[in-house]
Design a protein around this ligand. Structure first.
Ligand code: PSV
Ligand code: MN
Length: 443
Protein backbone atom coordinates (compact mmCIF):
# COMPACT_ATOMS: atom_id res chain seq x y z
CA UNK A 1 0.00 0.00 0.00
CA UNK A 2 1.40 3.37 -1.06
CA UNK A 3 1.41 5.48 2.13
CA UNK A 4 4.35 7.69 1.36
CA UNK A 5 2.98 11.23 1.47
CA UNK A 6 6.41 12.85 1.37
CA UNK A 7 6.72 16.25 3.04
CA UNK A 8 3.69 17.42 5.04
CA UNK A 9 3.31 20.66 6.96
CA UNK A 10 3.88 19.97 10.67
CA UNK A 11 0.81 20.67 12.78
CA UNK A 12 2.90 22.56 15.35
CA UNK A 13 3.83 25.10 12.67
CA UNK A 14 0.12 25.87 12.29
CA UNK A 15 -0.45 25.82 16.06
CA UNK A 16 2.44 28.22 16.75
CA UNK A 17 1.31 30.66 14.07
CA UNK A 18 -2.25 30.45 15.44
CA UNK A 19 -1.07 31.14 18.98
CA UNK A 20 0.55 34.36 17.77
CA UNK A 21 -2.52 35.50 15.84
CA UNK A 22 -5.28 34.41 18.20
CA UNK A 23 -5.30 37.39 20.62
CA UNK A 24 -5.85 39.89 17.77
CA UNK A 25 -8.45 37.63 16.20
CA UNK A 26 -10.33 37.43 19.49
CA UNK A 27 -10.27 41.23 19.81
CA UNK A 28 -11.71 41.60 16.30
CA UNK A 29 -14.33 38.95 17.05
CA UNK A 30 -15.38 40.76 20.24
CA UNK A 31 -15.79 44.01 18.30
CA UNK A 32 -17.89 42.19 15.71
CA UNK A 33 -20.01 40.59 18.45
CA UNK A 34 -20.67 44.04 19.92
CA UNK A 35 -21.72 45.37 16.52
CA UNK A 36 -23.99 42.31 15.97
CA UNK A 37 -25.55 42.95 19.37
CA UNK A 38 -26.34 46.56 18.41
CA UNK A 39 -27.71 45.52 15.02
CA UNK A 40 -29.91 42.81 16.55
CA UNK A 41 -28.13 40.06 14.57
CA UNK A 42 -27.61 37.94 17.67
CA UNK A 43 -31.36 37.72 18.26
CA UNK A 44 -31.36 35.29 15.32
CA UNK A 45 -28.37 33.31 16.58
CA UNK A 46 -29.10 32.23 20.14
CA UNK A 47 -25.70 30.54 20.32
CA UNK A 48 -23.98 33.85 19.53
CA UNK A 49 -20.81 34.09 17.47
CA UNK A 50 -20.07 30.43 18.24
CA UNK A 51 -23.17 29.32 16.40
CA UNK A 52 -22.29 31.38 13.32
CA UNK A 53 -18.67 30.18 13.23
CA UNK A 54 -19.83 26.56 13.67
CA UNK A 55 -22.08 26.92 10.66
CA UNK A 56 -19.24 28.41 8.62
CA UNK A 57 -16.87 25.66 9.76
CA UNK A 58 -19.42 23.04 8.68
CA UNK A 59 -19.60 24.46 5.16
CA UNK A 60 -17.17 22.59 2.94
CA UNK A 61 -16.37 21.95 -0.68
CA UNK A 62 -14.33 19.68 -2.95
CA UNK A 63 -11.04 20.52 -4.63
CA UNK A 64 -10.71 19.62 -8.33
CA UNK A 65 -7.88 17.19 -9.04
CA UNK A 66 -7.22 19.09 -12.28
CA UNK A 67 -6.80 22.39 -10.45
CA UNK A 68 -3.78 21.29 -8.42
CA UNK A 69 -1.28 21.93 -11.18
CA UNK A 70 -0.62 25.11 -13.07
CA UNK A 71 -3.12 25.46 -15.88
CA UNK A 72 -2.48 27.17 -19.15
CA UNK A 73 -3.88 28.61 -22.29
CA UNK A 74 -3.29 27.63 -25.89
CA UNK A 75 -0.42 30.13 -25.79
CA UNK A 76 1.52 28.33 -23.12
CA UNK A 77 1.80 27.04 -19.62
CA UNK A 78 4.26 28.03 -16.93
CA UNK A 79 4.43 25.40 -14.17
CA UNK A 80 6.17 26.16 -10.89
CA UNK A 81 8.50 24.01 -8.79
CA UNK A 82 7.17 21.13 -6.72
CA UNK A 83 3.99 20.55 -8.68
CA UNK A 84 2.13 17.23 -8.57
CA UNK A 85 2.94 14.58 -11.12
CA UNK A 86 0.29 11.94 -10.47
CA UNK A 87 -3.02 11.49 -8.73
CA UNK A 88 -1.45 10.46 -5.41
CA UNK A 89 0.54 13.68 -5.30
CA UNK A 90 -2.63 15.59 -6.20
CA UNK A 91 -4.25 14.10 -3.11
CA UNK A 92 -1.35 15.19 -0.90
CA UNK A 93 -1.68 18.75 -2.27
CA UNK A 94 -5.46 18.66 -1.76
CA UNK A 95 -4.93 17.51 1.83
CA UNK A 96 -2.62 20.50 2.30
CA UNK A 97 -5.34 22.87 1.10
CA UNK A 98 -7.71 21.34 3.64
CA UNK A 99 -5.11 21.27 6.41
CA UNK A 100 -4.51 25.02 6.06
CA UNK A 101 -7.88 26.40 4.92
CA UNK A 102 -10.24 23.85 6.48
CA UNK A 103 -13.43 23.37 4.50
CA UNK A 104 -12.07 21.25 1.66
CA UNK A 105 -12.14 17.63 2.85
CA UNK A 106 -13.02 16.17 -0.55
CA UNK A 107 -11.61 15.85 -4.05
CA UNK A 108 -13.37 15.63 -7.38
CA UNK A 109 -11.59 13.38 -9.88
CA UNK A 110 -11.49 13.55 -13.67
CA UNK A 111 -11.04 10.42 -15.76
CA UNK A 112 -9.00 9.39 -17.65
CA UNK A 113 -6.61 12.02 -16.25
CA UNK A 114 -6.74 10.44 -12.76
CA UNK A 115 -7.13 6.79 -13.73
CA UNK A 116 -5.02 4.40 -11.64
CA UNK A 117 -4.76 0.65 -11.70
CA UNK A 118 -6.33 0.10 -8.31
CA UNK A 119 -9.10 2.50 -7.23
CA UNK A 120 -9.22 0.89 -3.78
CA UNK A 121 -5.61 1.83 -3.17
CA UNK A 122 -6.52 5.40 -4.09
CA UNK A 123 -9.48 5.34 -1.72
CA UNK A 124 -7.32 4.14 1.19
CA UNK A 125 -4.61 6.65 0.39
CA UNK A 126 -7.18 9.47 0.39
CA UNK A 127 -8.76 8.22 3.62
CA UNK A 128 -5.34 8.17 5.31
CA UNK A 129 -5.04 11.85 4.33
CA UNK A 130 -8.52 12.55 5.73
CA UNK A 131 -10.06 13.03 2.28
CA UNK A 132 -13.18 11.67 0.60
CA UNK A 133 -14.33 11.90 -3.02
CA UNK A 134 -17.08 14.06 -4.45
CA UNK A 135 -18.47 13.90 -8.00
CA UNK A 136 -16.59 12.04 -10.71
CA UNK A 137 -16.04 13.81 -14.04
CA UNK A 138 -15.93 12.11 -17.42
CA UNK A 139 -13.94 13.38 -20.35
CA UNK A 140 -15.26 12.94 -23.86
CA UNK A 141 -14.02 16.34 -24.96
CA UNK A 142 -10.51 15.15 -25.82
CA UNK A 143 -9.11 12.18 -27.69
CA UNK A 144 -6.86 9.93 -25.65
CA UNK A 145 -3.85 8.03 -26.99
CA UNK A 146 -4.98 4.74 -28.50
CA UNK A 147 -8.66 5.71 -28.52
CA UNK A 148 -10.60 3.93 -31.30
CA UNK A 149 -12.91 6.71 -32.49
CA UNK A 150 -12.38 10.47 -32.42
CA UNK A 151 -14.47 13.08 -30.56
CA UNK A 152 -13.51 15.78 -33.05
CA UNK A 153 -17.14 16.12 -34.14
CA UNK A 154 -18.73 15.33 -30.80
CA UNK A 155 -19.28 12.55 -28.30
CA UNK A 156 -22.71 11.93 -26.74
CA UNK A 157 -24.27 14.01 -29.56
CA UNK A 158 -22.17 12.58 -32.40
CA UNK A 159 -23.99 11.63 -35.58
CA UNK A 160 -22.22 8.23 -35.58
CA UNK A 161 -23.81 5.79 -33.10
CA UNK A 162 -20.46 4.05 -32.64
CA UNK A 163 -18.88 7.25 -31.28
CA UNK A 164 -21.86 7.78 -28.99
CA UNK A 165 -21.49 4.21 -27.77
CA UNK A 166 -17.82 4.77 -26.98
CA UNK A 167 -18.69 7.94 -25.00
CA UNK A 168 -21.46 6.13 -23.11
CA UNK A 169 -19.06 3.29 -22.25
CA UNK A 170 -16.54 5.83 -20.93
CA UNK A 171 -19.16 7.35 -18.62
CA UNK A 172 -20.08 3.89 -17.33
CA UNK A 173 -16.43 3.18 -16.61
CA UNK A 174 -16.12 6.49 -14.75
CA UNK A 175 -19.13 5.55 -12.61
CA UNK A 176 -17.72 2.16 -11.71
CA UNK A 177 -14.38 3.75 -10.78
CA UNK A 178 -16.34 6.28 -8.71
CA UNK A 179 -18.27 3.52 -6.95
CA UNK A 180 -15.03 1.87 -5.94
CA UNK A 181 -13.73 5.06 -4.31
CA UNK A 182 -16.98 6.10 -2.61
CA UNK A 183 -18.15 8.86 -4.94
CA UNK A 184 -21.91 9.33 -5.34
CA UNK A 185 -22.24 11.53 -8.41
CA UNK A 186 -21.20 11.74 -12.03
CA UNK A 187 -20.83 15.15 -13.66
CA UNK A 188 -21.13 15.16 -17.42
CA UNK A 189 -19.83 18.15 -19.31
CA UNK A 190 -19.48 17.73 -23.06
CA UNK A 191 -17.96 20.13 -25.55
CA UNK A 192 -20.28 18.93 -28.34
CA UNK A 193 -21.50 21.63 -30.67
CA UNK A 194 -20.61 23.40 -33.87
CA UNK A 195 -18.27 26.12 -35.08
CA UNK A 196 -20.47 27.18 -38.00
CA UNK A 197 -24.17 27.56 -38.76
CA UNK A 198 -25.50 24.55 -40.65
CA UNK A 199 -22.82 22.22 -39.30
CA UNK A 200 -25.14 20.52 -36.80
CA UNK A 201 -28.90 19.98 -36.57
CA UNK A 202 -29.86 22.04 -33.52
CA UNK A 203 -32.80 19.94 -32.33
CA UNK A 204 -31.54 16.49 -33.23
CA UNK A 205 -28.16 17.07 -31.60
CA UNK A 206 -29.88 17.58 -28.23
CA UNK A 207 -32.14 14.58 -28.84
CA UNK A 208 -29.00 12.48 -29.29
CA UNK A 209 -27.47 13.82 -26.05
CA UNK A 210 -30.64 13.00 -24.13
CA UNK A 211 -30.76 9.50 -25.66
CA UNK A 212 -27.08 8.87 -24.81
CA UNK A 213 -27.37 10.29 -21.30
CA UNK A 214 -30.47 8.17 -20.68
CA UNK A 215 -28.30 5.10 -21.31
CA UNK A 216 -25.83 6.32 -18.68
CA UNK A 217 -28.66 7.31 -16.31
CA UNK A 218 -30.15 3.81 -16.62
CA UNK A 219 -26.96 2.45 -15.02
CA UNK A 220 -26.74 5.08 -12.26
CA UNK A 221 -25.89 3.25 -9.02
CA UNK A 222 -28.37 3.49 -6.14
CA UNK A 223 -27.96 6.71 -4.18
CA UNK A 224 -26.10 8.40 -7.04
CA UNK A 225 -26.90 11.63 -8.87
CA UNK A 226 -26.19 12.47 -12.48
CA UNK A 227 -25.17 16.13 -12.84
CA UNK A 228 -25.34 17.82 -16.22
CA UNK A 229 -23.15 20.91 -16.63
CA UNK A 230 -23.97 23.62 -19.16
CA UNK A 231 -21.62 26.04 -20.87
CA UNK A 232 -22.44 28.63 -23.56
CA UNK A 233 -19.33 28.35 -25.73
CA UNK A 234 -15.84 26.89 -25.99
CA UNK A 235 -14.61 24.61 -27.44
CA UNK A 236 -17.52 25.06 -29.86
CA UNK A 237 -17.70 28.69 -30.94
CA UNK A 238 -21.04 28.94 -32.75
CA UNK A 239 -23.33 26.49 -30.96
CA UNK A 240 -23.00 24.28 -27.90
CA UNK A 241 -25.57 21.52 -27.44
CA UNK A 242 -25.85 21.85 -23.63
CA UNK A 243 -25.43 25.61 -23.64
CA UNK A 244 -27.61 26.88 -20.80
CA UNK A 245 -29.56 26.01 -17.67
CA UNK A 246 -32.76 25.57 -19.65
CA UNK A 247 -31.16 22.84 -21.70
CA UNK A 248 -29.79 21.23 -18.54
CA UNK A 249 -33.24 21.38 -16.97
CA UNK A 250 -34.81 19.74 -20.03
CA UNK A 251 -32.21 16.95 -19.89
CA UNK A 252 -32.95 16.40 -16.18
CA UNK A 253 -36.68 16.29 -16.77
CA UNK A 254 -36.25 13.77 -19.59
CA UNK A 255 -33.90 11.55 -17.58
CA UNK A 256 -35.65 11.28 -14.22
CA UNK A 257 -35.55 12.28 -10.57
CA UNK A 258 -31.86 11.57 -9.99
CA UNK A 259 -30.64 14.00 -12.66
CA UNK A 260 -29.69 17.51 -11.58
CA UNK A 261 -28.15 20.60 -13.13
CA UNK A 262 -24.64 21.69 -12.19
CA UNK A 263 -23.94 25.41 -12.29
CA UNK A 264 -20.36 26.31 -13.15
CA UNK A 265 -20.28 29.97 -12.14
CA UNK A 266 -18.07 30.85 -15.12
CA UNK A 267 -20.33 29.20 -17.70
CA UNK A 268 -22.60 32.17 -18.35
CA UNK A 269 -22.44 34.97 -20.86
CA UNK A 270 -21.45 38.38 -19.45
CA UNK A 271 -24.35 40.04 -17.67
CA UNK A 272 -26.25 36.82 -16.97
CA UNK A 273 -28.12 36.94 -13.68
CA UNK A 274 -26.53 33.81 -12.23
CA UNK A 275 -28.38 34.04 -8.91
CA UNK A 276 -31.65 33.95 -10.85
CA UNK A 277 -30.43 30.85 -12.71
CA UNK A 278 -29.76 29.27 -9.32
CA UNK A 279 -33.20 30.32 -8.04
CA UNK A 280 -34.91 28.81 -11.10
CA UNK A 281 -33.13 25.51 -10.67
CA UNK A 282 -33.97 25.40 -6.96
CA UNK A 283 -37.59 26.17 -7.83
CA UNK A 284 -37.63 23.26 -10.27
CA UNK A 285 -36.04 20.97 -7.66
CA UNK A 286 -33.07 20.38 -9.94
CA UNK A 287 -30.10 22.25 -8.53
CA UNK A 288 -27.37 19.63 -8.25
CA UNK A 289 -24.33 21.67 -7.38
CA UNK A 290 -21.67 24.14 -8.31
CA UNK A 291 -18.32 24.58 -9.89
CA UNK A 292 -17.01 27.56 -7.97
CA UNK A 293 -14.80 30.07 -9.79
CA UNK A 294 -15.02 33.58 -11.20
CA UNK A 295 -14.64 35.27 -14.54
CA UNK A 296 -14.33 38.72 -16.05
CA UNK A 297 -15.21 37.76 -19.62
CA UNK A 298 -16.11 34.13 -20.16
CA UNK A 299 -15.01 30.85 -18.66
CA UNK A 300 -11.91 32.45 -17.15
CA UNK A 301 -11.62 29.98 -14.24
CA UNK A 302 -10.34 32.63 -11.82
CA UNK A 303 -10.45 32.45 -8.02
CA UNK A 304 -14.04 32.61 -6.76
CA UNK A 305 -15.01 36.11 -5.63
CA UNK A 306 -12.00 37.75 -7.26
CA UNK A 307 -14.02 39.66 -9.87
CA UNK A 308 -17.68 39.62 -8.84
CA UNK A 309 -17.84 39.08 -5.08
CA UNK A 310 -21.32 40.64 -4.84
CA UNK A 311 -22.66 38.13 -7.35
CA UNK A 312 -21.13 35.30 -5.32
CA UNK A 313 -22.87 36.67 -2.23
CA UNK A 314 -26.19 36.91 -4.09
CA UNK A 315 -25.84 33.28 -5.18
CA UNK A 316 -25.24 32.23 -1.56
CA UNK A 317 -28.14 34.42 -0.51
CA UNK A 318 -30.39 32.23 -2.68
CA UNK A 319 -28.87 29.11 -1.16
CA UNK A 320 -29.28 30.18 2.46
CA UNK A 321 -32.82 31.29 1.64
CA UNK A 322 -33.63 27.89 0.09
CA UNK A 323 -32.06 26.02 3.01
CA UNK A 324 -34.35 27.82 5.44
CA UNK A 325 -37.51 27.81 3.30
CA UNK A 326 -39.89 25.01 4.37
CA UNK A 327 -41.39 25.10 0.87
CA UNK A 328 -38.12 23.86 -0.64
CA UNK A 329 -38.04 20.06 -0.68
CA UNK A 330 -34.93 19.02 1.26
CA UNK A 331 -34.89 15.56 -0.39
CA UNK A 332 -33.89 17.17 -3.66
CA UNK A 333 -32.19 20.32 -2.36
CA UNK A 334 -28.68 19.14 -1.50
CA UNK A 335 -26.24 20.98 -3.76
CA UNK A 336 -22.66 19.75 -4.03
CA UNK A 337 -19.95 22.40 -3.83
CA UNK A 338 -16.91 21.82 -5.96
CA UNK A 339 -14.22 24.18 -7.17
CA UNK A 340 -13.34 24.31 -10.87
CA UNK A 341 -10.47 26.64 -11.62
CA UNK A 342 -7.42 26.94 -13.79
CA UNK A 343 -4.44 28.60 -12.17
CA UNK A 344 -2.21 30.13 -14.77
CA UNK A 345 -0.25 32.61 -12.68
CA UNK A 346 -1.11 31.88 -9.01
CA UNK A 347 0.30 28.96 -7.07
CA UNK A 348 -2.57 26.43 -7.35
CA UNK A 349 -2.58 25.64 -3.62
CA UNK A 350 -2.74 29.34 -2.70
CA UNK A 351 -5.50 29.93 -5.27
CA UNK A 352 -7.57 27.05 -3.91
CA UNK A 353 -7.11 28.30 -0.34
CA UNK A 354 -8.41 31.63 -1.65
CA UNK A 355 -11.55 30.09 -3.12
CA UNK A 356 -12.38 28.15 0.05
CA UNK A 357 -12.10 31.47 1.89
CA UNK A 358 -14.19 33.40 -0.65
CA UNK A 359 -16.97 30.82 -0.78
CA UNK A 360 -17.13 30.78 3.00
CA UNK A 361 -17.08 34.57 3.09
CA UNK A 362 -20.08 34.74 0.75
CA UNK A 363 -21.85 32.04 2.78
CA UNK A 364 -21.13 33.79 6.09
CA UNK A 365 -22.51 37.09 4.79
CA UNK A 366 -25.60 35.37 3.42
CA UNK A 367 -26.21 33.89 6.88
CA UNK A 368 -26.38 37.44 8.26
CA UNK A 369 -29.33 38.49 6.09
CA UNK A 370 -32.46 38.96 8.19
CA UNK A 371 -34.82 36.86 6.06
CA UNK A 372 -37.98 37.87 7.87
CA UNK A 373 -37.15 41.54 7.44
CA UNK A 374 -36.23 41.03 3.78
CA UNK A 375 -39.51 39.19 3.14
CA UNK A 376 -41.50 42.01 4.68
CA UNK A 377 -39.63 44.66 2.69
CA UNK A 378 -40.29 42.69 -0.49
CA UNK A 379 -43.98 42.28 0.37
CA UNK A 380 -44.25 46.02 0.99
CA UNK A 381 -42.32 46.81 -2.24
CA UNK A 382 -39.83 48.78 -0.18
CA UNK A 383 -37.04 48.70 -2.73
CA UNK A 384 -34.53 50.71 -0.73
CA UNK A 385 -35.00 48.88 2.58
CA UNK A 386 -34.76 45.48 0.82
CA UNK A 387 -31.54 46.40 -0.94
CA UNK A 388 -30.13 47.92 2.25
CA UNK A 389 -30.81 44.65 4.12
CA UNK A 390 -28.69 42.76 1.59
CA UNK A 391 -26.00 45.44 1.51
CA UNK A 392 -25.76 45.58 5.26
CA UNK A 393 -25.00 41.84 5.37
CA UNK A 394 -22.67 42.06 2.37
CA UNK A 395 -20.67 44.95 3.78
CA UNK A 396 -20.06 43.27 7.13
CA UNK A 397 -16.41 42.40 7.59
CA UNK A 398 -16.71 38.70 8.46
CA UNK A 399 -12.96 37.99 8.53
CA UNK A 400 -12.96 37.33 12.29
CA UNK A 401 -15.67 34.69 11.78
CA UNK A 402 -13.74 32.99 8.99
CA UNK A 403 -10.55 33.00 11.06
CA UNK A 404 -12.33 31.54 14.08
CA UNK A 405 -14.01 28.88 11.91
CA UNK A 406 -10.58 27.74 10.71
CA UNK A 407 -8.97 27.95 14.12
CA UNK A 408 -11.75 25.86 15.71
CA UNK A 409 -10.97 23.01 13.31
CA UNK A 410 -7.21 23.24 13.74
CA UNK A 411 -6.65 24.90 10.38
CA UNK A 412 -4.53 28.04 9.99
CA UNK A 413 -5.76 31.51 10.91
CA UNK A 414 -3.40 32.75 8.17
CA UNK A 415 -3.33 29.83 5.68
CA UNK A 416 -1.29 31.44 2.89
CA UNK A 417 1.24 32.79 5.39
CA UNK A 418 1.80 29.35 6.91
CA UNK A 419 1.95 27.75 3.46
CA UNK A 420 4.70 30.14 2.38
CA UNK A 421 6.71 29.78 5.58
CA UNK A 422 6.43 25.98 5.54
CA UNK A 423 8.74 25.60 2.53
CA UNK A 424 6.21 23.18 0.99
CA UNK A 425 7.05 23.98 -2.61
CA UNK A 426 10.78 23.82 -1.97
CA UNK A 427 10.44 20.40 -0.33
CA UNK A 428 8.14 19.10 -3.03
CA UNK A 429 10.52 20.45 -5.66
CA UNK A 430 13.17 18.13 -4.22
CA UNK A 431 10.86 15.15 -3.88
CA UNK A 432 8.97 15.32 -7.13
CA UNK A 433 11.07 14.36 -10.07
CA UNK A 434 10.56 17.00 -12.73
CA UNK A 435 9.13 19.39 -10.14
CA UNK A 436 11.35 22.38 -10.77
CA UNK A 437 11.54 21.87 -14.51
CA UNK A 438 10.35 24.67 -16.74
CA UNK A 439 9.09 22.31 -19.40
CA UNK A 440 5.50 22.84 -20.49
CA UNK A 441 3.77 19.53 -19.82
CA UNK A 442 0.11 19.01 -20.60
CA UNK A 443 -2.12 18.31 -17.56
C1 PSV B 1 -15.36 22.82 -18.85
O1 PSV B 1 -14.93 24.11 -19.14
C2 PSV B 1 -15.25 22.51 -17.36
O2 PSV B 1 -15.84 23.56 -16.63
C3 PSV B 1 -15.88 21.19 -17.03
O3 PSV B 1 -16.33 21.20 -15.70
C4 PSV B 1 -14.73 20.27 -17.15
O4 PSV B 1 -14.94 19.04 -16.54
C5 PSV B 1 -13.63 21.10 -16.50
O5 PSV B 1 -13.90 22.42 -16.98
C6 PSV B 1 -12.23 20.67 -16.77
O6 PSV B 1 -11.91 20.78 -18.13
MN1 MN C 1 -16.82 23.18 -14.71
Amino acid sequence: MNRDFGFRIASNLIAEANDRLLPALEDDAAALAASFERRGVLRRFQGGLDEITERIAAFSMAVPSWGLGTGGTRFGRFPGPGERENVFQKLVDAATVHQLAGGAPAVSLHLPWDRTGDPLELKEYAAALGLAFDAMNSNTFQDQPGQKLSYKFGSLAHTDPAVREQAIEHNLEVMSFGQAIGSRALTIWIGDGADYPGQVHLRRSLDRVIESMARVYAKLPRGWRLLTEHKPYEPAFYYTVVQDWGTSLRICQELGPHAFALVDLGHHLPGTNVEAVVARLIGAGRLGGFHLNDSKYGDDDLTAGSIKPYQLFLVFNELVDAATDPQVDKQTYAPAFMIDQSHNTKDPIEALIGTVEEARRAYAKALLVDREALDSFQDANDVVAAEMELKSAYETDVRPLLGLARWKRGAAIDPVGVFRRSGYRREKGRERKGGASLSSRPT
